[in-house]
Design a binder for this molecule. Structure first.
Ligand SMILES: NC(=O)c1ccc[n+]([C@@H]2O[C@H](COP(=O)([O-])OP(=O)(O)OC[C@H]3O[C@@H](n4cnc5c(N)ncnc54)[C@H](O)[C@@H]3O)[C@@H](O)[C@H]2O)c1
Length: 269
């Protein structure tokens, strides 16, 4: 049996759709916020920062979309639930989410405290878990399909050279397996769940880690990836739009590694 081929470009359209983005106040999350707006999607941004980066304020007028910013701690049940409910009230309905809120720590395993390790799991794992649960419940209530994109990491595939990030590795390994579990469990409800695994991306998170390193250890972010550079936000945004949109209608439980090749091999330097 053959099906009629359709144009590809319209499959990427997000016009009139509504998205929740955690950690969208800056960094990778904000890059995706901007990209969703460019594709016509309305946005609710949930982030622990008092306010988002300045460019956020230009998006509604520039792209003709609706936006709301809600100061939220995704590791706190009350804060997350209250913001989510406010977001749904504002947007009217939900079509999907991007869960970018996350923190990292680069510290020897032997020295990591209970509080540090726990905070990482609370934000990276449980924040992702319960944001996804709220979105899935809302989609079930609406009786509509949806797409959720979670943020795993290269550290769920391999151990980064000259980094000691065991608690972070463990959290991102959990996120990637959560993506697979939910990709299967929610498929029959029309809810797709996928993840991206960024490698070294030039952001506040990598800058904080980088600032504490020797010049040689820091340089590895530029030299180790087979594509011989650190990644940037636009290396990620196309993949996220693809996963949120109908262009990926037959993709769930998948992870897209965007690492300059570093998750499969490295250039020695
Ligand atoms: N930058 C990288 O190289 C890289 C690589 C792989 C994965 N990641 C992941 O990508 C995601 C985004 O990272 P980034 O590089 O943009 O870092 P970032 O620090 O620039 O952005 C993280 C955002 O999450 C928000 N946030 C932190 N804790 C929060 C909480 N409890 N509740 C709500 N919001 C919270 C921050 O305020 C910030 O806006 C993270 O999950 C990170 O682990 C980053």
């Amino acid at each position: 049996m053959t099906t009629l081929l359709r144009d590809v470009r319209p499959l990427f359209e997000l016009k009139g759709r509504n998205y929740i983005i955690t950690g969208g106040g800056q960094g990778i999350g904000f890059a995706v916020v901007r990209a969703i707006a460019e594709y016509g999607g309305n946005l609710a941004v949930l982030d622990i920062r008092d306010k988002p980066v300045d460019e956020y304020n230009t998006l509604a007028a520039q792209y003709g979309v609706r936006t709301i910013y809600l100061k939220t701690d995704v590791s706190n049940e009350q804060s997350l639930t209250a913001s989510f409910n406010r977001a749904v009230e504002f947007l009217g309905s939900v079509h999907g989410a991007f869960t970018s809120a996350g923190i990292a720590i680069d510290k020897p395993f032997i020295e990591q405290t209970w509080a540090e390790a726990q905070r990482i799991q609370d934000i990276n794992v449980l924040g992702t878990f319960f944001t996804t649960q709220l979105v899935a419940r809302q989609l079930l209530k609406q009786g509509t399909s949806g797409s959720i994109v979670q943020v795993a990491s290269i550290t769920s595939h391999t151990v980064l050279p000259r980094h000691r990030m065991s608690a972070y590795n463990a959290s991102k390994g959990a996120v990637r397996m959560l993506t697979e579990a939910l990709g299967v469990e929610l498929a029959s409800d029309g809810i797709r769940v996928n993840s991206i695994s960024p490698g070294f991306i030039d952001s506040e998170q990598t800058r904080v880690v980088r600032d504490k390193k020797s010049p040689e250890d820091s340089a590895i972010m530029d030299t180790a990836p087979p594509l011989s550079r650190i990644g940037n936000f636009n290396d990620l945004t196309g993949a996220v739009i693809y996963l949120l949109s109908d262009a990926s209608a037959y993709t769930t439980g998948a992870d897209i590694a965007i690492t300059g090749g570093l998750h499969v091999g490295r250039i020695e330097s």
